[in-house]
Each structure stands twice: as structure tokens, then as C-alpha cells.
Design a protein. Sequence first.
Length: 329
Amino acid sequence: MSLVFSGIQPTGNLHLGNYLGAVRQWVALQAQHPCLFCIVDLHAITVPQDPAALRQAVLEVAAAFIASGINPDKSPIYVQSRVAAHAELAWILSCHTPLGWLNRMTQFKEKAGKAKDNAVLGLYSYPVLMAADILLYRATHVPVGEDQKQHLELARDIAGAFNRHYNSETFILPEPLIPAAAARIMSLRDGTKKMSKSDESDYSRINLKDDNDALRLKIQKAKTDPLPLPETVAALEGRPEAANLLQIYAAITGVTLAEAVAQYAGQTFSAFKKDLTEALVAHLAPIREEMARLLTDPAQLSVHLKNGQQAAENIAQNTIENVRQQIGL
Ligand code: AMP
Ligand code: TRP
């Protein structure tokens, strides 16, 4: 039996990278598989959060999921902290995870920066909680962007180590599903940096909440280079901004990168940017409007989250009881 599981942190705005790298894939997957989608607020608090903003961000992410096409009646959406088994399993797994494995995690190194001694423990053990999220549901497939690949490998290692230690088949080793295109959408200001919620400049990203004027302005201001658009995909080498914008265009209009390159070969950025803007507006405006509509009824969103929680708890309970039993708790 297959089960797709994924999660997104409720911090700030969801952006085009989250949408193309993750959420859009989830929408497609729910047609073929049972799915479970988690709003990972416990992961969000590994960095300081404003309580009111965090609460609001949870609702906004739920609205973004539904507006993007996730059907909450079919694919439960729920909040991580409401299912206590996540935290319990994370603790248990942390007692089965060698420090050496965590020391390899590049995301921690990036996020902790130079002042490692001041980084909080939760930031360091973040990948163990993520492993718990996935293993708790015996998920078989985990759609994520490229940046989460290493965490997925760790989840597999932890699952394998636990199973061997207790000579059991408690956990399933999850497979990452990384989209072939759009696995890494880059910043609009610097084509070598990932588009991210935490970038200081709002011009670096397209938010799902951006109105059409903001979309236009951001694409207009997006960094380019002085050359016309390339004739071949190979000629994108060394032109990260051109590559990123063409990649976005391809992903949003549903053509391949090669097709997008062929379509704009030799043209100016200004002609291409005009079409890119219109494609983004056509695709994102209905999602933004639906999100806004859903957010006018937070009580209804809470009902979806509550139903999702119950569905999640039903599965989680089985796993956690099995785990306690094996360990002797
Ligand atoms: P986060 O915003 O870190 O909670 O990420 C949520 C999901 O979006 C994960 O599956 C990430 O891999 C994916 N993601 C985040 N940023 C990008 C990006 N710039 N390009 C593609 N996928 C991304
Ligand atoms: N760490 C992921 C991210 O930042 C979010 C996440 C938490 C997640 N738990 C998960 C993703 C479980 C997939 C499965 O993007």
C-alpha cells in the first residue's frame, strides 16, 4: 500500500518555489495515491516566531493548499503539533540516531551559521523530527524539493537502524519524489541562490499572495544578463538568471525547458518577461483569489484541519503503540 506524506512550515508566505517544487506535485499525486499533508509548526519554532503570526500562517498555508487544488476531504491536511505522537516518536528516534549522522546535515550548517554554540538544540535535531513525521505514517513516498533530499536519506537511515535493532519491520523506508523540473526555483535577484521565505528582499521571490501588480513589478525587476535569450539549453550554462526565468516559464505553462528555450531563442528579455508575467498572472491569480476567499472563513478552515487531525491520529496511534511495545515503554 502506498501513502504519500509531505509537509511545509507555516512561516511567512508560501512562494513560487514551494508551489512548483512541492505543492503542485502533491495536487497531481492525490489523483493516484492516498496522501497526508502536514503543516509543520513544530519545525517552524526551531527559529523564533511571533505567536499570533504563527497561528495566522497555519491558516494561510491550509488555505494555500486547498486553493492550489488539494482536496481536504480526500487528502487530510492537519497541523503537526496537534498530533502529539510526532513529538513522542521524534524523541524515541533521537535515542536511535548517532550524532555523526546529524553532523552531516548541510541545512543545519547553513541555518546555524558561524555561531553554532548559540544555535538551539531543536534546529540541530530538526531532521529527526522530520523523520518521525514520515515514519509515523509508514509513508512510502515523500514529494519534496531538492533541498530536502538529504533529510529524506537520513529518515531512511533511521528507519533502517530502528528496524534492525528491534529485528522488526516497524518502519517503511520512504522514497523521495523530487520533481524533474522546478525542483529548485532560484531567487529573482540572484540566480545562484534558492528562492526562499527568509530572503530579506521581497523582490527575490514571488509569493502566492502577490497581486498582479506585484507580480508584474517583480518580473520587470528580476535580474537578467545583457545577452539575448539563448538558442539552446546548453547555452544556459553560466547564465543562472536566464535559466531560472525560463525554468519558471516552462513549469508554469507546462512545456519542457527545451521547448521554452526554442520558443524564445534569440529574443530580448523584455519580450520574454512580458509573456512570463502574463503566464504567472493567469496561473496564480485564481489561486490567490481562492486563498483570500477561504481565509474569510477561518472556522471552516479549522474544521478541515480538525478532520485531518483525526485521520492522522488514527494512523499515528497504531505506529506509536507498536513502537512503545517494542522498546518496552
Ligand atoms: P519550506 O519552505 O522550507 O518549508 O519548504 C517546503 C517545500 O518547498 C519543501 O518540499 C521544499 O523542498 C520546497 N521548496 C522550498 N524552496 C524551494 C525552491 N526555491 N524551489 C523548489 N522547491 C522549494
Ligand atoms: N523540512 C521540510 C522543509 O523545510 C518540511 C518538512 C517537515 C517535511 N517534515 C516533513 C517535508 C516531512 C516532508 C516530509 O521543507
